[in-house]
Every structure is written in C-alpha cells, then in structure tokens.
Design a binder for this molecule. Structure first.
Ligand code: ATR
Length: 276
C-alpha cells in the first residue's frame, strides 16, 4: 500500500524563486520527518479558493508570502495573538476543528538577531523603515525585547502613525516620515520597505545610523542589497540580509506543524554556501 506523505506548501505570487521548499526539505531530512512541501503560484484574488482546495485535498499546513498575508489573516478561523495584532498571517495550520493562523516572521527576525548574531535588543534605539505588511509582522516581537526606542518611518507618514497607534500599548513606539528623522540616531536600522529592493530607496537623513550601528534588510538576494550597501557606506558595524530570518521563521512554522524545531545554523550555512 502506498501511503501519501503529509502535504505542506508555500503560496505566493511570484513564487518561483522561493527558498521555502528547499529549507523545509532540509528540515525534514534533519529531523527525520516524512513530508512533502511544494511552492504554489496563486493568482491575485484567488488565495482563499486555493487555500480551501489545498485543505480539502488533505493539505496540513501552508506558508503564505506576498501578496497574500492579509488574505490569509482573513481566511484563518482562529488567530494567534501575534497574528491577530499584526493583521497578517504567514503560517496556516489545517486541523480538524478549523484553520489556525499564526505569524512567525517577527519571532524569526528576533531569533536571528539575538541568537544567531548575539545581538541584545533591550535598551537599543531601533528604526524600522517601512510600514507595510513586513513591518507589521515584526513590531510586536521587537517591542517584547524592550528596546529603548522604536521608531517607524515611512514615505506615507500616516501609515507609520497608524501602526504606532496599533502597537503603542506594547512599548515606546512612534511613527513619522523620513524628514522627521533629522537629528535622531539609531543602533539598528531595519529595512521593511520594498523600495530599496529596486535601487530607489527612501531618502534617510545622513547621521541617522549611529557609529557602528547595524543594518538589517528583511529581504535577501544574491549579494548585498542597495540598503545593505547604504549601511556599508555609512560605517555600519554589521550589515545583514534576511536569509537568517527566512530560515528562522520557517523553523518556527515547522515547529507549529510538526512539534519539533529544526536546528537552524547548519541550514543557514548550507543555503549561504549554495549561493553564487
Ligand atoms: P510588504 O508587505 O512587503 O511590506 P507593502 O505592504 O506593499 O509590502 O509595503 C511596502 C512598503 O514599502 C511601504 O512602507 C511603502 O511605503 P508607502 O506606505 O508610502 O507606500 C514602502 N515603499 C514602497 N516603495 C517605496 C518607495 N519608492 N519609496 C519609499 N517607500 C516605499
């Protein structure tokens, strides 16, 4: 008798370059779990239908990436507290009683910084650039680390202000436009915009990165991003891409689905080593 393996997938658009199938295959091999994980391209507007069909065919868990994290939030029957507040879901767990939604992006970022890079965040001055879905997913876990100051700066200042209101009860948080950053300094700047991915970054005032401060780009690609080069040109102590966060958020999803957390450093190393 042929037994069908447990089914998982990531849905997004575009999805062809997703590293998630590779990462989860490595996790499965490391932990001895039997599962299949694939990438599914979903048409815009078609998320709920695709996710429902996946569940009906026996699918057990989904990762959700751009542009469907808000659709997944609406789709879930039950939300974790973090996902509820973020307004975005990156992990769906299909259970007999319904579909649970969680968001592992922020915990993934915090773990990459605090464990993989040994960077304490308590008391630090942190700037998040961008106020879209990516920013929303990381604010609560960052605030739980008790930074000294957390500022969200965005091209559209109203969106940053809205986020500051939404999360403001969790810690010292404010929102502003880029011009309002003049005279401020940060120990860690996190790029959560899509802008610097296209070489046309939002203009941050000179002096905003403290001497030796760190730059962290939530995205990753081949070689340093324009934001990472911006940091390198301004004396950053460390300049990091989002590969570590990607693997950590995946490990957290894997734990939610399988009850076991893979060991991530060898996987991050394997992925880095395989890059051109
Ligand atoms: P994601 O889910 O990846 O965060 P998003 O929700 O579309 O994507 O958000 C994109 C973010 O990048 C927003 O903060 C956006 O700023 P606005 O709110 O002003 O749109 C920011 N962004 C995109 N292109 C930009 C550009 N050319 N200059 C500055 N910010 C930009």
């Amino acid at each position: 008798m042929v037994t069908k393996m447990d089914q998982y997938a990531v849905m997004g658009n575009p999805i062809a370059h997703s590293q998630s199938p590779r990462i989860h295959a490595l996790f499965a091999a490391q932990t001895g779990q039997q599962l299949e994980y694939r990438a599914i391209l979903v048409e815009r507007g078609g998320f709920a239908e695709a996710a429902r069909a996946f569940g009906e065919q026996g699918g057990q868990g989904l990762n959700v990436t751009a542009p469907f994290k808000q659709d997944a939030w609406v789709f879930a029957d039950l939300l974790s507290a973090a996902a509820e507040r973020a307004g975005a879901v990156n992990t769906l767990i299909f259970e007999a009683g319904g579909v649970r939604g969680d968001n592992t992006d922020g915990p993934g970022l915090v773990r990459d910084l605090t464990v993989n890079h040994d960077r304490a965040l308590a008391g630090q001055r942190i700037l998040v650039v961008g106020a879209g879905g990516a920013a929303r997913g990381i604010l609560q876990p960052l605030l739980l680390e008790k930074p000294g100051q957390l500022v969200i700066a965005n091209r559209t200042p109203e969106t940053a202000l809205g986020l500051a209101l939404r999360f403001g009860d969790l810690g010292r948080l404010s929102g502003c436009g880029f011009d309002d950053l003049v005279g401020l300094q940060f120990d860690l700047i996190i790029n959560a915009t899509t802008a610097w991915a296209q070489d046309t970054g939002p203009p941050l005032p000179e002096g905003v990165l403290a001497s030796g401060g760190w730059c962290y780009d939530l995205s990753y690609g081949d070689g340093p991003s324009p934001f990472m080069r911006w940091g390198q040109g301004r004396g950053a102590g460390r300049v990091l891409d989002g590969l570590g966060m990607l693997v950590e958020q995946a490990a957290e999803s894997f734990r939610l689905w399988r009850g076991i957390r893979p060991e991530t450093p060898p996987i991050i190393e394997a992925l880095r080593g395989a890059r051109p």
